[in-house]
Design a protein around this ligand. Sequence first.
Ligand SMILES: Cc1cc2nc3c(=O)[nH]c(=O)nc-3n(C[C@H](O)[C@H](O)[C@H](O)COP(=O)(O)OP(=O)(O)OC[C@H]3O[C@@H](n4cnc5c(N)ncnc54)[C@H](O)[C@@H]3O)c2cc1C
Ligand code: SF4
Length: 581
Amino acid sequence: MSSQPIDGEFQTPTTSEKILGPMQRISPEMQRFSDNELVDYCIVGVGAAGGVLSQRLAKSGFKVVGLEAGPFWDTERDWVSDERGSHELYWNDLRITGGTDPLSLGENNSGKGVGGGSVHWAAFAPRFHPSDFRVYTQDGVGADWPLSYEELKPYYELLEREIPVAGPAYFPWGDPHGYPYGPHPMGGVGDVLVKGCSNLGIRSCAGGPVAILSGSRGNRPHCIYRGFCIQGCKVGAKASTLITHVPEALEHGAEIRERSMAFRVSLDGRNRANGVFYYDREGREHFQRAKAVIVSGYAIETPRLLLNSACPGHEKGLANSSGTLGRYLMAQAGNVVLGRFEDLIRLYKAPPAHALSEEFYETDPKRGFARGFAIQTVGPLPIAFAKQMMAAKGAWGWGLRRVMMDYNHWATLGVLGEILPWPDNRVEVAEQKDQWGIPVAKVTFSLHDNDNKLIEFGKNKVEEVLWAAGATEVVQEKRYAHLVGAARMGSDPSSSVVDKFGRTHDVANLFVCDGSVMPTQGSANPGLTIQALAARTADYLISQGDQIFTSEKRDMTRPPVRTELSPAGTFVHGVPRLAHV
Ligand SMILES: Cc1cc2nc3c(=O)[nH]c(=O)nc-3n(C[C@H](O)[C@H](O)[C@H](O)COP(=O)(O)OP(=O)(O)OC[C@H]3O[C@@H](n4cnc5c(N)ncnc54)[C@H](O)[C@@H]3O)c2cc1C
Ligand code: SF4
């Protein structure tokens, strides 16, 4: 029997070219710096934030090396449209978890490989609300951010065009706005969300906001609604920095060094970072010299690396004079509520992320707890669905088999709730070591009274929505979604790790730029905000120029918004948007 596919040949890479989608290819004949070469910026972690940073810094003429622990994906060769096969996308290395309500670590929280978590995110891309930046002042809980929504707004607008985001012409919550691409058609789960909400008088939003193309653009085709977003979109319709920002970073001379695991940021004798120690794929130790270091490893690996970088003068860990490094780790409440319907739902069709309601986002004193939650569509494929049914119904053996045969009749909606930042929810380093001999992260997580009340209310509300949509049975699984915090930003060096531009209070040329800098997390998925913050940090670094490499001075002047640094094609005309943005 011929091994040839019926219709043409598979695209097996014959050169070192990487295929990032049916129409996007890049040549990794990229700039190569030797370890001994003094580069301007060494960025640890090329994920959502690291991808945006490396693109902008390289485009502005800086010498940039990105160290990425995972592979540089060739999506045609490495990704499979198969739920089990996609597990390579996650950070599955050893981590220790504890606390009274421990986080489950692995596929539910962070990615590994160029693009990081943006490769396997569902791509829901709502903005944070203005209230998220002043939670303590407004509600007396959590913390205030050292910047306002208005300061970040131009970067939201920019990133919504760069990646770009599809959604309605008018999004009514927070700071109402419209989206550059029109909304997606609805899948069965979205229909359930809208129907249930409408029957209860709850406003909802259909077809976004989601960073998935609703019309083709440049070398990226539009979505074909095959539902494999969390498994890495082979089509290239879903945004990840692997396809939106990294190609341009390479074009402008950045080197992205794959399978390079950073294990210590090094200081010289003048309290300045001078490079990063890392292991290559064979486990050989290297030291990349750099004039400044940016850590972008996300909410667990960033504090882990800085804690493991303790040295004389910084015995509690680098950038930890406040003792807050590793603390105030947050995950969002992510209960999945499942409803059975007589009609076929087919929840695998359409992107999991395509409808939501933010009607309960803000604090309502009548509810008896601070802050709120969103309701969102979720689209588990069969393995995830089976796990949810085991947790929600105790389904097992023949019972589980019967439930699985009923898969097409179930709809799943998620609570996305704001768990507050607590000092005891934290990352420390454990005695156990990973495959490189580096001490692993120990993550402690417990829910507090406000969190429990919020989760109970949110779960009950989503159950109501499913009943109102006509469900005949409703069950739920308690879980978490997303991670942020553990290297939080603030104006006061005694209670935060970095300032509002991501510069560590303790070392003038050491920055943190990723989800770990967030002081609170709202009820919006964090990815868009993380990328907006990265674009803003890049603008700051570019404005400061060589001062970052030589001076201890902390100029807090707000940088201009550099729209000219957006990836090529960001502002092309003719995008299928009807509206005003
Ligand atoms: C299943 C799932 C679905 C999600 N869906 C959404 C969604 O719909 N919307 C949304 O907004 N968010 C979503 N998220 C969250 C989102 O993916 C993350 O918040 C986001 O990617 C974090 O960005 P980051 O830049 O902080 O870190 P990452 O994107 O995780 O990047 C960090 C990178 O650093 C690398 N790294 C870490 N340590 C080291 C080291 N020591 N040396 C070298 N490299 C290192 C990692 O390999 C990784 O590539 C989802 C997450 C999951 C797990
Ligand atoms: S549903 Fe769309 S965005 Fe998701 S994997 Fe398929 S083509 Fe990509």
